[in-house]
Write a protein that binds this ligand. Structure first.
Ligand code: ZN
Length: 415
């Protein structure tokens, strides 16, 4: 590459972004769900102005969009969007104090604010491959927030690089920074007309050289049980206890199709929350499968358990509701694999071997792909996301930025 990506700029951006606490909150009805996300969105808005991006707009729902204008006159070049989410996972506090371990020497790392958190070559996968490279960890007690501030830093640094090098030919590139990916609301309020892109990529993938284009298909299920209440002193023959019925329901669910007993391409039924009392109970579940037929079978399995309970206890009222959450993006992408094929070629041009696997979750791209914007997910270097031992390798983030640079040129070149 004639002009290398500025690794120090990338690292400085990353450290600046992870210091802000942008943890999202599933119990908040607002969008973004937490005020901390505005701090990063406003910082990015300011930085986009500084690097000279066009059409910068931060809307009332916390979506920050901007444009890198085309540098070549070629007609018919698809408009490509790059996305990264500004929120961090709900499990741990944000606001990291990042520690940069330059030229990592392979010795164990102890996080100073939580000495129980140890990194060793034996316990942390992929750490051995990074000896001699630069890695970043948190200091303990917070997330690092590399998911997805590595993606944010990669998008910003690559955008700056392209704006400084107008001799690199590419079409229109749209940049999108969105809130609340971690609570599955990441793209719900993004207006695709506003965005005006033909293809998109989320920079939210783990590790190095990965391209995700297969995700779970996902439904939520809610079982509401209305029992019959009466004073327990004279309840005989009258009371119908919703708590006991919820227990019967849970024990009748097939235990072998649970997340704790499945891996690879097998889906599951996962009860995630139970609330209520003897009068009334609610059981919330998530259903996952890579195939729609498998997802339908899981709905049927839940329905069957409920049907048998209705026979056992006809005095209770069972209400079962299913809600579609997202669908495997492969269903749309396999009709036109160019977004994936160009990404593979871009990874190869960055000197890596592209890897793909079916991911046991969804991405912001799941929602966008189903709405008509094909959107695979690209690696940005993150490791052990959602854990206090989250870390990232600077050289992997640079490779992610190089991949984006090649991708920008490929869509132009192949048009
Ligand atoms: Zn993420």
């Amino acid at each position: 590459m004639s002009h290398p990506i500025d690794a120090e700029e990338l690292l400085a951006r990353f450290c600046r972004y992870v210091r802000l606490d942008t943890r999202s909150d599933p119990h908040s009805p607002s969008c973004p769900s937490t005020p901390g996300q505005w701090d990063l969105l406003r910082l990015l808005e300011q930085e986009l102005k500084e690097i000279g991006a066009a059409d910068i707009r931060l809307n009332a729902d916390g979506y920050l969009l901007a444009t890198l204008p085309a540098t070549a006159a070629k007609a018919g070049v698809p408009r490509v969007a790059w996305f990264a989410h500004v929120d961090t996972a709900t499990e741990l506090p944000g606001g990291a104090k990042p520690i940069v371990h330059r030229k990592y020497d392979g010795k164990p790392i102890t996080l100073p604010d939580d000495p129980g958190q140890q990194f060793t070559l034996e316990t942390i996968p992929h750490l051995r491959e990074k000896i001699g490279q630069d890695i970043v960890t948190a200091s303990g007690r917070t997330l690092l927030g590399a998911d997805d501030k590595a993606g944010v830093a990669v998008v910003m640094t690559t955008a700056h690089h392209l704006l400084r090098h107008p001799e690199i030919p590419h079409g229109v590139i749209r940049l999108g920074f969105n809130p609340d990916e971690e609570i599955a609301r990441g793209m719900t309020r993004l207006d695709l007309k506003d965005l005006g892109a033909d293809v998109g990529y989320t920079l939210d993938g783990e590790g190095l050289a990965t391209i995700d284009y297969e995700t779970f298909s996902a439904d939520a299920a809610l079982l509401e049980i209305q029992g019959v209440s009466i004073h327990p002193g004279w309840a005989k023959g009258v009371m119908v206890n919703a708590v006991r019925l919820a227990g019967s329901f849970l024990s009748a669910l097939p235990a072998e199709i649970s997340p704790e007993r499945t891996a690879g391409r097998d889906g599951f039924i996962h009860p995630v929350e139970i609330t209520g009392n003897a009068d009334r109970c609610a059981v919330r579940m998530i259903l996952r499968d890579f195939e729609l037929a498998g997802l339908a079978a899981k709905r049927a399995a839940v329905e069957q358990v409920v049907a048998s309970l209705r026979i056992v206890e006809p005095r209770a009222v069972f209400t079962l509701t299913f809600t579609e959450q997202y669908r495997n993006m492969r269903y749309w992408l396999e009709k036109d694999m160019r977004p994936v094929e160009f990404a593979r070629e871009a990874v190869q041009r960055a000197g890596l071997t592209p890897m793909s696997s079916a991911i046991r979750g969804g991405t912001d791209g799941s929602n966008l792909t189903a709405r008509g914007l094909p959107c695979p997910n690209l690696f940005c270097g993150t490791r052990e996301a959602h854990s206090p031992r989250e870390w990232v390798c600077v050289q992997d983030m640079v490779k992610s930025a190089e991949t984006l640079l090649h991708l920008a040129q490929l869509w132009h070149e192949k048009a």
